[in-house]
Structures are given as C-alpha cells and as structure tokens.
Design a protein around this ligand. Structure first.
Ligand code: SAM
Length: 632
C-alpha cells in the first residue's frame, strides 16, 4: 500500500518520496530528460532509428510517460522507443491510478498505460503502445537479478531508486557495472543524487561523470557518458521485407509484430485459408500450467501469459463470442496435482494472476458444485483461434498468400528465396531479407536439413451438447482434460494427445477418452451431461496435429542470418505464439528483446540445432525482394 504525505506519494518501506514535492513532473523532465539530453537526441534520430532507455525503479511509471510524451513530440515518424525498467514493489492498480491522476497533462498516455497494468505478471512484461512505436519492457523483480539479464542495447539510463541512504540495494557497484554492461557505446545516465560514493562507483564502472544543476532545492545532480559513439557499433537495421511461412497463430503473430515495425510481410500458407491446422479449433483455451520450480521454461510461459493477455486486449476484445475472460480453475483432483498446486501457490502470487481456492470457493466461482479446490486464474479464458489469426494478419503491411505450398528455401545475396507451387500447381518464387518458419513439424518437407526433433502430436476435441445444469458452468475447469463453459449450446471438452500420429480424422474412440476426462473433472457434471448415453459416433469434434519438442521449449529465434523459426509450441501455441513473434521481430529489427538473455538463449534454434546437425542452407543465388509466379 502506498502512503501519501502532503498530497504526494510516499513509501513507508523506504522512508522516501517517489518524486519531488515541488513539482514531480518538472523534476522528472529536468533530471532525466534534460540530464540525458533526450529532446536533442530524439530529434536527431532518422525515421528508421530506434532508441532505448533503461531505468532502475519504475515506481508509478511517471518517467516512462514523460519519455513517451517527449518522444512523441520530438522524434521523427517511423522511429521507435524501447523503455526498459525494473520494479520490485509494483503499485496496485488503484494507487497507480491515483498517483498518475496528479498529471492530467499526461492523460493521453496514462489511460493506455493503466489499461495494461492489470496484465502484469512477476518477471518480464512486454507491452506495446502507440501502434507498436513505444515498447515497454518492465521486469517485476529485484534490480540485482534483472539487470544481468538485459542484453546490451541501452542508449540512456534513468537511475531512479529511492535515495541512496534509504535504498542502498539500488546503488551497488554490481548495479553500476550491469548498467554499463547493458549499455551501447556512448550511452549516458542521469540521476538526481550527487552522493560521492555513487559518483565514484559510476566512474569506476566506466562512466565519465559530471555535475549538473539539480532541480528545485537540490543544488546538484549527476550525469555521465560512456566512451565511444553509438556509430561505432550501429544496431541491426530494420529489414524492408519478410516472408513468414505458416498461417497459424505462430505465423500470424510474427507477421503482425513485423508489420508493426514497418516491415512489408508476405504471409504464405499451404492451406486455402489461414488457421487451417492446429490453430483451427472453433475454441481454444488460454491455459497456463506452471510448476514451483520456475525454471527457464516456466519463466517463458509466465511472461507469455502476460503478453498474450495484453496482445488479446489489442487484437480481440472480450465479447463473449470471439473471446471470453471467464477464468480458469486448475483442480487439485489428485494427490500429485494437489502437491504441485500447493507448492506453486506458496510462492506468493499477486491475486490477479493466480491464487489457491478451496472446494467451496471453487464451486462458487464455477457456478456448479465441485469436489476439489485448486488454482484460480481470474484472467484465464477461451477464444476463437481463427478469429485471432484473422485479426493479427489483417494489417495492411501483410500480404496473405494462401493456397501456396512451399517446396524449397535457399539463401541468396540479399536474404532468402522461397519457392513452391500454388493450388493450380503453378510454380512461384518469393524473396525477402528475412524468412520466418512457422509451419510446425511440416518444416521437414521444405527444409529437411532443419532436423529438429519435432514430433507430431494429434489432438482431438469433443463438442458436448449443454444441459440446463451444465449451462450453469461459468469458468474453464482443468484436470487431466478441460471443459469450457457452453457457448451456442455446446461445451468444448479436450483434448487427446497421440504422439507421432499425423491423421486428422475425428474418432469415436477419442470422444470416449475425452468424456472419461469429464468424469475426472466433475462426476456431477458428467452425470448432468449424461455422458454414458451420448452416441459418440454422432458427436462433433475436431482433430489437428501440433508439433512438440523434448522438454517442451519451442524453437524461437534466429537459426541462420536472416532465417528465424517459431516452431514446436505444442499445446501452448495460443499462449506462447505472441511473445515468440515479438522476440523474433525485435531481433530482426535490432531492438531490445522482450525476454531475459537466458530464456532467449534457451529458445534459440541456432544453439539447439548445433546439438543435432548444422544445415547446408542451399546455394547462394541472385538477390531479389519480390514475389512472382514462375511464368512472370
Ligand atoms: N521512476 C519512478 C517514477 O517515475 O515514478 C520512481 C521510482 S522510486 C523513486 C524508486 C523505485 O525503486 C520504487 O518504486 C521502489 O519500489 C523501487 N525499488 C527499490 N528497491 C528496489 C530493488 N531492489 N529492485 C527493484 N526496484 C526497487
């Protein structure tokens, strides 16, 4: 809880104010914006440039909003801003809203920002604003752990912990050294303090430090610069063109993330329509399964969950038809599951992310009697995956080429060439600077050298007719399978997992398996739906094939220069495709990654392919960046 002193936000934990009681906004602008000469530096950017700010201590986000406002006013169209920050004690939504209401002049920015705040998760968060021009990477965690995980790319730092005397952990030598490590040559910093040991620490880390007039009653502040110039190490340029192969949710998400960055994208899909394979189910659930270990995969899944919710808020509003945020209950239906749930819940989560509930509360939330409690994810829900794909691919920057089968991929001077046949068996050729493969296990048909251990996994869902009792179900229930609340008189019940099975026929036997999972979720529901009397040969359903990898970590990132993959999302595609698309687009455009280095490295197909077989990516041919049919 935030305290207030004399109408200003105050932290009792640290015994300090969030900003000057004279004028917080003027102080922020003076110390951090002027201290880093941002107006001049933003104005000097060219239209394809990017700039990255790093901050220690996000607090109310006032610095972020001030930087966004200045970027809006001073930077040329086409340029973009990354803002990285870390915060160990995030304000709750009410406090944040009250603090930011002090600055009506920022309201245009504040409203969009506050609308994302309830999507925050512990760890790394990535949200885009202003059509993708402003990217916020906010780590909810300790500065000492977060900074070593930032890839070098920051141009200017705001050192804004509470005063060094009250908050020494924010001003350690290790923090200063990590600030330098995460900086680009010529990076600057500014801070309101002029404590001698802070100055000496920053100098020892590598900054040339000078004093600058402070704000208000503070006579002096510090600012500094690292040697070198950003020009000595120019960042990767944004590519003009990209081809995305695969029109499922992974492909549509990366196409959308690239198009937001001004890249002209050709989205190629073998089937006559997008979302024809694993992303084609009439409904899919946003299911976040975590364990207490919080290893790299868990950190990726959690960051993906927060990102997916924010992306959905942009792309697919909650309307009860294309998307519902009904919450999800993960039931403690077995001793093993109860143990996982208890261990996980004991980590201490913000209740808007998840919390432990007993059977009585779970029953109240679900609207039906349940025998078990479990974990409650209030933001869990379902959506119509083909609708999400259509929305993501609808950008004017994306040209869709459905009914186009890819047969080969080869490196050319200016990038990559993709060749294939259309539905009339007419040959076509397409070239671009960047190619992203998002075809699941089918990658082997046109790039056999990419011999990742991708296994096809068949999954079938069952559409179960609702009954008056089952209509009362308000949330998703998960045990070994899952059941979603009814929509248009049907529940979705899923799903089977058949490894190394590529057929997509709908099988009565798989319906039986799904119905047996319903009995595990809730015997009362199974009885009300009268599963024993259902004719499984008459039930509707859908089967599709997903690609999974040992360890369940997808392959996301750059495989060879200009060639990226977003593969192997398994059953988690709805959750992980969005952040994977963002990771690839940021890498391709030389921007700050949305994930910690350790997670990005583990996702990287380049490091993992080395363990299998290095490809001969084909012959080098002539450069071209157009798509044409063979007869053109
Ligand atoms: N920049 C903020 C703004 O614009 O509102 C004000 C930041 S306030 C002066 C300092 C922030 O640092 C507080 O929000 C505090 O919770 C955070 N902080 C303190 N110790 C931290 C730590 N060890 N790791 C991360 N954040 C920390």
């Amino acid at each position: 809880m935030l305290d207030w002193r004399h109408g200003q936000p105050y932290s009792s934990r640290f015994g300090d104010v969030y900003f000057s009681s004279d004028s917080g906004l003027a102080e922020k602008r003076h110390v951090f914006l002027q201290g880093n000469q941002l107006a001049e530096r933003f104005a000097a950017l060219s239209s394809a440039d990017k700039f990255a700010i790093g901050e220690t201590g996000f607090g109310s986000g006032l610095n972020f909003l001030c930087a966004w406002q200045l970027f809006d006013a001073a930077a040329p169209p086409g340029s973009s801003l990354d803002f990285f920050s870390v915060e160990k004690y995030p304000l709750d939504e009410q406090d944040l809203t009250e603090v930011l209401a002090l600055w009506p002049v920022l309201q245009r920015y504040t409203d969009d920002f506050i609308a994302r705040w309830h999507r925050r998760v512990p760890g790394w968060n990535r949200w885009s604003f202003a059509g993708g021009r402003i990217r916020l990477t906010l780590v909810i965690g300790d500065v000492a752990e977060a900074l070593p995980e930032v890839r070098a790319g920051i141009n200017a730092w705001f050192l804004d912990g509470f005063s060094p005397a009250c908050n020494p952990e924010m001003w350690t030598q290790a923090v200063f050294e990590n600030v330098v490590r995460a900086s680009r040559p010529g990076a600057t910093f500014a801070t309101y303090t002029c404590a001698g040991w802070v100055r000496r620490g920053l100098e020892q880390a590598g900054f040339q430090v000078s004093k600058f007039p402070g704000f208000g009653r503070k006579r002096e502040m510090l600012r500094g610069r690292l040697p070198g110039s950003p020009l000595t190490q120019p960042p990767r340029l944004t590519p003009a063109t990209a081809i995305v192969i695969g029109g499922g949710v992974a492909g549509c998400a990366v196409a959308s993330a690239l198009a937001k960055r001004g890249v002209a994208v050709t989205l190629i899909e073998h089937a006559p329509a997008l979302a024809a394979a694993a992303s084609g189910n009439p409904r899919g659930i946003l299911h976040t399964r975590l364990s207490a270990g919080m290893n790299l995969l868990q950190r990726f899944v959690l960051a993906s969950y927060g990102h997916a919710l924010a992306l959905l808020d942009e792309a697919l509003p909650i309307d009860g038809f294309a998307r519902a945020e009904c919450g999800e209950l993960q039931l403690a239906f077995s001793a093993k599951e109860a143990k996982r749930i208890d261990k996980l819940a004991a980590l201490g989560w913000p209740p808007h992310v998840l919390r432990r509930v007993d059977a009585a509360e779970a029953s109240g939330l679900a609207g039906i009697e349940l025998a078990y409690g479990g974990l409650w994810f209030p933001a869990g829900g379902w959506l119509v995956p083909p609708r999400l794909c259509a929305e993501l691919a609808a950008s004017p920057g994306i040209v869709q080429r459905t009914g186009h089968r890819v047969e080969s991929l080869m490196a050319v001077d200016a990038g990559w060439r993709v060749e294939g046949k259309d539905q009339r068996e007419q040959g076509w050729v397409c070239e671009a600077q960047v190619v992203v493969i998002c075809t699941g296990y089918q990658v082997k048909s046109f790039a056999p050298w990419a011999n990742f251990p991708l296994t096809p996994v068949r999954g079938q869902i069952t559409m179960v007719p609702a009954t008056p009792d089952s209509e009362k179900l308000r949330t998703i229930l998960c045990a070994n399978g899952y059941l979603a609340p009814s929509s248009a008189g049907l529940h979705v019940l899923g799903a089977t997992h058949s490894f190394s099975d590529e057929s997509i026929d709908v099988r009565a036997f798989d319906h039986v398996e799904n119905l047996s999972k319903l009995a595990e979720i809730s015997p009362a529901l199974a009885k009300s739906i009268n599963t024993d009397s259902l004719d499984v040969r008459q039930l509707d359903g859908r089967a599709s094939v997903r690609a999974s990898l040992p360890g369940a970590m997808p392959l996301v990132g750059e495989l060879l220069p200009g060639l990226y993959t977003s593969l192997g999302h398994g059953t988690r595609g709805l959750l992980t495709a969005g952040l994977s698309g963002e990771l690839i687009a940021a890498a391709a455009c030389g921007q700050l990654p949305p994930l910690p280095s350790a997670v990005a490295n583990t996702l990287s197909p380049a490091t993992r392919l080395e363990r299998f077989q290095r490809p001969d990516a084909g012959k080098r041919g002539k450069a071209n960046t157009t798509c044409r049919t063979r007869s053109d």
